[in-house]
Design a protein around this ligand. Structure first.
Ligand SMILES: Nc1nc2c(ncn2[C@@H]2O[C@H](COP(=O)(O)OP(=O)(O)OP(=O)(O)O)[C@@H](O)[C@H]2O)c(=O)[nH]1
Ligand SMILES: [Mg+2]
Length: 294
C-alpha cells in the first residue's frame, strides 16, 4: 500500500524549519541563516521512498507583520495550513515555552488535523526533555519528537511516524521531483542567503534579490546570470558593495559556488545593487520579486 500526504512545518522564526526540510530532501531547497525571518515564501519539498511520498511545506517563521512583506508572509503561513494531513510545530526553546510558541500552539489546536510537536537543536539543548514535557501538557500533540535538524538526529524516526499518519494515496510527483520552486527562485534565494550571512543588523532584512537574466553562453560552457540586489537605503547600498566592492565580491563568490552546484554547470554571475526605498511596502516591487500567489 502506497501512502502520501501533505505536511506543513510551522514555528517561530529561526527554529530550524528550513534546515530540517533540506536535511530530509538531501538538497538545499530552502535557504538557512542565523537571522530570524529568513524564509519568505511557502516552499514545497517532496520526499519519496518505496512506500510513501511526503510533501513538506516550509513556511516563514510566525511573527507580527510590520510591513506588506510581513503580511504576505503571514498569508503564506495561513494558506499553508489548507488541506494538510499533518502539521508539525517546531520549537528550539531551551528554557521554557514563551508567548511566541504559545500563540502558535493556540492557533493550530483549533485545526481539525493531527499535530506533531518537535523540539529541535537537541545537540545544543540540555533541557530538551523538559521542553518535551511542557509540550505534552498541552494535550494537543499526537506525538512529540526531539531532533537535531542540522545533525540529522531522530529524523528517520520522525519520518516513520509521519508515515503512520498520512493516508493511502497516489504518488503525486515523479521520484526525482523535489520542489515546486523554479530554478530562478532558488538562485535568487541562494544570493539572498549569502547576503543574510554576511550582512549585519537591519541591512539583510531589507534585501530582495531579482534575477534579470539567465542565459547560456554561445559555446554552451557557462551560464550567465545577471541579478540585482535590492535594498532600502543608500547607506545600505554602500555596505552591500563594501570597500572597493569587496562585500559584493564576497557575496558573489559564495553564491556562485552554490549556484554551480545547483545547476551542475559553471556560471558567471553579474551582481548589481539598487536602492528602492520602502520596497517592502510596495505591492509592485513585491510582485516583481516573486512575493505573490502564482
Ligand atoms: N545547533 C543547531 N543549530 C540548528 C539546528 N537546526 C537549525 N539550526 C540553526 O538555526 C538557524 C536557523 O535555521 P533555519 O532553518 O533558517 O530556521 P527557520 O525556522 O527556517 O527560520 P525562518 O525561515 O527565519 O523562520 C541556522 O543558523 C541553523 O544553522 C540544529 O539542529 N542544531
Ligand atoms: Mg526558514
Amino acid at each position: 500500500m502506497f501512502r502520501s500526504g501533505f505536511v506543513t512545518i510551522v514555528g517561530r522564526p529561526n527554529v530550524g524549519k528550513s534546515t530540517i526540510i533540506n536535511n530530509i530532501i538531501g538538497e538545499k531547497i530552502s535557504i538557512i541563516s542565523d537571522k530570524p525571518q529568513t524564509t519568505r515564501n511557502k516552499i514545497q519539498a517532496v520526499y519519496t521512498d518505496d512506500e510513501s511520498q511526503i510533501i513538506f511545506i516550509d513556511t516563514p517563521g510566525i511573527h507580527k507583520p510590520k510591513n506588506k512583506l510581513g503580511e504576505y508572509m503571514s498569508q503564506e503561513i495561513d494558506s499553508s495550513l489548507d488541506g494538510m494531513d499533518l502539521v508539525i510545530f517546531m520549537t528550539d526553546e531551551r528554557k521554557s515555552l514563551g508567548p511566541g510558541d504559545k500563540y502558535i500552539i493556540d492557533k493550530i489546536k483549533e485545526l481539525k488535523i493531527p499535530v506533531f510537536g518537535v523540539v529541535n537543536k537537541i545537540d545544543i539543548n540540555k533541557n530538551f526533555q523538559n521542553v518535551c514535557k511542557e509540550l505534552e501538557a498541552f494535550d494537543v500533540f499526537e506525538s512529540i519528537h526531539s531532533i537535531s535538524a542540522s545533525e540529522g538526529t531522530n529524523i528517520d524516526k520522525l519520518i516513520e511516524k509521519i508515515k503512520t499518519i498520512i493516508p493511502e494515496g497516489p504518488k503525486y510527483y515523479p521520484d526525482e521531483y523535489i520542489t515546486d520552486m523554479p530554478e530562478r527562485f532558488i538562485i535568487a534565494e541562494l544570493i539572498r542567503e549569502k547576503a543574510l550571512n554576511y550582512l549585519m543588523q537591519e541591512v539583510p532584512h531589507g534585501v530582495g534579490v531579482y534575477i534579470d537574466k539567465i542565459e547560456g553562453s554561445d559555446d554552451g560552457n557557462v551560464i550567465n546570470i545577471n541579478a540585482t540586489i535590492m535594498c532600502e537605503k543608500k547607506s545600505h547600498k554602500g555596505i552591500i558593495i563594501g570597500k572597493q566592492g569587496s562585500m559584493l565580491k564576497k557575496i558573489g563568490k559564495a553564491s556562485r559556488k552554490e549556484i554551480n552546484k545547483l545547476l551542475g554547470s559553471k556560471t558567471y554571475l553579474d551582481l548589481w545593487v539598487k536602492v528602492k526605498k520602502d520596497w517592502r511596502d510596495d505591492e509592485k516591487t513585491l510582485k516583481d520579486l516573486g512575493y505573490r500567489d502564482w
